[in-house]
Design a protein around this ligand. Sequence first.
Ligand code: AMP
Ligand code: MN
Ligand code: MN
Ligand code: MN
Length: 282
Amino acid sequence: MLHPHLCRLLPLIDLHTHTDASDGRLSPAELVHAAGEAGVDVLAITDHDTIAGVLAAPRAGRTPAIVTGVEFSTTWNGIGVHVLGLNIDTASDAIAAGTAFQRTARERRAVRIGERLARAGIPDAFDRTSALAANGNVSRVHFAQFLVEAGYVKDRAQAFKRYLGAGKAGDVRDTWAALPLIIGWIRDAGGSPVLAHPMKYRLTRTKRTALVDDFAAAGGTAMEIVSGRQDAAQTRALADLCTSRNLLASAGSDFHRPGEPWARLGMPLALPRECRPVWDAW
Ligand code: AMP
Ligand code: MN
Ligand code: MN
Ligand code: MN
């Protein structure tokens, strides 16, 4: 049996994090610095639908090593689903085309969310939210920030519960590229398509299995087994599903900002023993 202290010799690999290029709080340089301080050895930067954050990340220091990444938004059977592209060639035509497509989709969606909030009695949401997303990459987190600052809700959680979450006025899902198209971009860029946080979708066990099967049939090669806000039984169930489908496994905190203990830099992210890590293929 391994002495507990030997565990510290295993590299800490976090393959899911955000910067302020999407809905994270930290700049790319701040994220890399904070990850290094937290003991992360390998860090993937996976902003929503953009590579601006990972391109701006400093590479000069020794740790953490940076893995290129992106988290694409899509829909599956009417449910919002996220697909990570890890170890992608950020200079590839496929990623340029994919992020351009998604940027237009995100802009179109932001306009529609604004229209729908206006009908719900909240005027000017689009203009005031766009001003909060400095680089124009408007997310629902920015809409939530506007709703809090304008006094419509008390915090971000309430903003999602009342206005932005599944089935609410600001829940507009039909603008994203389809799942097979997204997987194609990632593969064409030499990357690994990873189904992000499969336990975060409101799906029955049967439907979740169907999602994984569709994802694999479309060329997806890995799924995220370890993620923040997930209990041991859920990790166990995902590991079983992953090995039964012969998929590779990934792990990431989904860090967005300091102060959220369920998704913090440096949190333990070890994969169950029987999982084949996605990075084995790199
Ligand atoms: P978007 O990419 O614009 O669809 O925004 C989705 C992001 O909103 C997710 O990546 C989370 O960071 C955040 N989010 C989703 N649901 C919630 C929630 N219930 N409370 C707080 N943040 C959420
Ligand atoms: Mn996010
Ligand atoms: Mn996600
Ligand atoms: Mn994420």
